[in-house]
Design a protein around this ligand. Structure first.
Ligand SMILES: Cc1cc2nc3c(=O)[nH]c(=O)nc-3n(C[C@H](O)[C@H](O)[C@H](O)COP(=O)(O)OP(=O)(O)OC[C@H]3O[C@@H](n4cnc5c(N)ncnc54)[C@H](O)[C@@H]3O)c2cc1C
Length: 253
């Protein structure tokens, strides 16, 4: 593909101190029309006269959105340069790929568990659920170090008004004196947004998961996933029944 035929970045949006969304669009968007929420695609970006290596990222937008969006956390060299990309930069995109969350709309009770930027497939699903007014009852646990890392907190709060959605933020690094709702932007409506402190463990699951009759979805870094699966097992959920996505990939052979 030549530079002229490529899609173009149309917007770059800072989400937090380490996370940025890029929006892109252009010719040949028809191949993305039937994408499912939670799928990913690989991108190459044209910079300094050459195309980058391909990198995979979740399409964090709803499938209904015309412009594609990816929400990218700084990790290594490629992702750390994302905030400095200028609108108009050519981008190639292959996909969509993946099956994570493919049946999520068929379950009445859904439990989503995300670690950090592992929220992106769930943001795609929730934005889709909003677009189609899905009747599903969703419990979302989102583990981050601090509230500053929970870049989509305000949007999630808005979504609780439109969906049957309860968001449980779990912060592992908040000082005891800051562990009160006023410091955490909670809107005071009981039951829709909750805050927990420490590691996501079975005692937290016990407080919020009303029954085992739910479908479980997990996305986060591998060590977090293993820890969560161990805790879910203690709680009584078969780890094999949990649908998982790990953001593990190497562009190198
Ligand atoms: C299906 C899928 C979906 C994804 N979705 C998203 C998403 O929505 N948002 C998002 O932010 N990310 C997502 N990712 C992850 C994303 O693809 C990677 O973070 C990105 O490709 C890393 O590229 P990089 O060049 O910036 O980092 P890399 O250079 O690849 O480094 C990544 C990390 O590995 C470490 N590292 C690199 N080399 C070594 C080494 N030799 N030894 C030890 N550590 C090393 C780096 O320090 C860094 O912490 C997804 C991945 C997959 C597979």
């Amino acid at each position: 593909m030549t530079e002229a035929e490529a899609l173009k970045i149309v917007k770059v949006e800072k989400e937090s101190h380490d996370t940025t969304s890029i929006y892109f669009s252009g010719p040949d968007m028809a191949r993305f029309k039937n994408r499912q929420p939670g799928q990913f695609a690989t991108i190459r970006i044209f910079r300094d006269g050459e195309w980058s290596e391909p990198h995979p990222f979740t399409l964090s937008c709803a499938p209904e959105d015309e412009t594609l969006r990816m929400t990218i956390k700084k990790s290594g060299a490629f992702t750390s340069a994302i905030p400095d990309i200028a609108p108009g930069t050519p981008i190639q995109c292959s996909g969509p790929f993946g099956q994570f969350c493919r049946d999520i709309g068929t379950n009445q009770h859904v439990v989503m568990i995300a670690g950090g930027v592992g929220i992106t497939p769930f943001l795609s699903v929730l934005r889709h659920f909003k677009a189609i007014k899905a009747p599903s009852s969703i419990l979302l646990f989102w583990a981050n170090k601090t509230p500053e890392d929970a870049f989509a907190a305000l949007e999630l709060e808005e979504l609780t008004k439109e969906l049957s959605l309860h968001v449980v933020h779990v912060f592992s690094r908040v000082a005891p004196e800051d562990q009160h709702p006023a410091a955490l932007h909670a809107d005071g409506r009981p039951g829709r947004i909750s805050h927990e402190f420490g590691r996501l463990d079975q005692s937290i699951f016990r407080r919020y998961i009303p029954s085992m009759d739910a479908s479980f979805y997990l996305c986060g870094p591998p060590p977090m996933q293993q820890a969560v699966l161990d805790e879910l097992k203690q709680f009584g959920v078969d780890p094999g029944s949990v649908e998982k996505e790990a953001f593990v990939f190497s562009a190198k052979p």
